[in-house]
Design a protein around this ligand. Structure first.
Ligand SMILES: CC(C)(COP(=O)(O)OP(=O)(O)OC[C@H]1O[C@@H](n2cnc3c(N)ncnc32)[C@H](O)[C@@H]1OP(=O)(O)O)[C@@H](O)C(=O)NCCC(=O)NCCS
Length: 177
């Protein structure tokens, strides 16, 4: 089954991206060191519009992934993305990952709102029972957004990632109703 949806939240629309959404602005988030600091995308050698379009198509064609753009409802501004995947249907389990690329929109509760609503959608509409998310120890914004959305720390992974040249811990967050 190909996954595609549009979820309306209080202030946001979370919807499947199309090729037109692969803009220079979206690309600029991925190369911004302040934004990609905690994202594995920072290790990708080539970050181009062509790659972005291929990524969107691959995600849209995948039965195990749901990539959604995060749009402000009032203005239709694309401010970030949230992804559910890979979905492991056999275990009714999935991971979530997210970014708010527009730095002017940080701290407004948008990440929390998107995480909470996509988690509900995963549980109610896709039959997922268990959700997880990874978060670097130093990523305060992500940690707070996950906790506010109802996630709890289920494991500490010591010395798990390299951040700013140092080995640091990562947290595995989990959510289950
Ligand atoms: C981390 C990120 C998703 C947070 O998004 P956001 O929409 O600003 O998050 P929220 O507004 O829901 O914030 C939740 C809390 O974190 C705080 N916060 C947000 N960014 C913060 C930062 N850089 N430093 C400290 N606190 C921060 C908010 O003030 C809020 O605090 P409160 O609960 O005390 O009010 C966003 O900054 C981002 O996308 N960063 C780059 C990519 C990334 O790190 N993605 C997550 C990978 S796990």
């Amino acid at each position: 089954m190909i996954l595609s949806t549009e979820i309306e939240t209080n202030r946001l629309v979370l919807r499947t991206l199309d090729q037109k959404d692969a803009t220079q602005t979206y690309l600029s988030w991925l190369v911004d060191p302040e934004v990609n600091k905690y994202l594995e995308i920072r290790f990708a050698n080539t970050k181009t519009l062509k790659n972005l379009k291929t990524f969107i198509k691959t995600m849209n064609d995948s039965p195990d992934n749901l990539l959604l753009g995060i749009f402000i409802k009032k203005t239709s501004q694309h401010i970030g993305n949230i992804k559910l995947g890979p979905i492991v249907y056999e275990h009714q389990r999935s991971e979530i990952g997210f970014l708010i690329g527009e730095k002017s929109q940080w701290g407004k509760g948008y990440a929390c709102e998107a995480i909470a609503e996509l988690s509900e959608y995963a549980i109610n509409d896709l039959g997922i029972v268990k959700l997880t998310a990874g978060c670097y120890e130093s990523n305060t914004g992500s940690r707070k957004a996950l906790i506010k959305a109802g996630y709890t720390v289920e494991a500490k992974l010591p010395s798990y990632v390299i951040s700013d040249g140092n080995r640091i811990d990562s947290y595995l967050f989990g959510y289950q109703k």
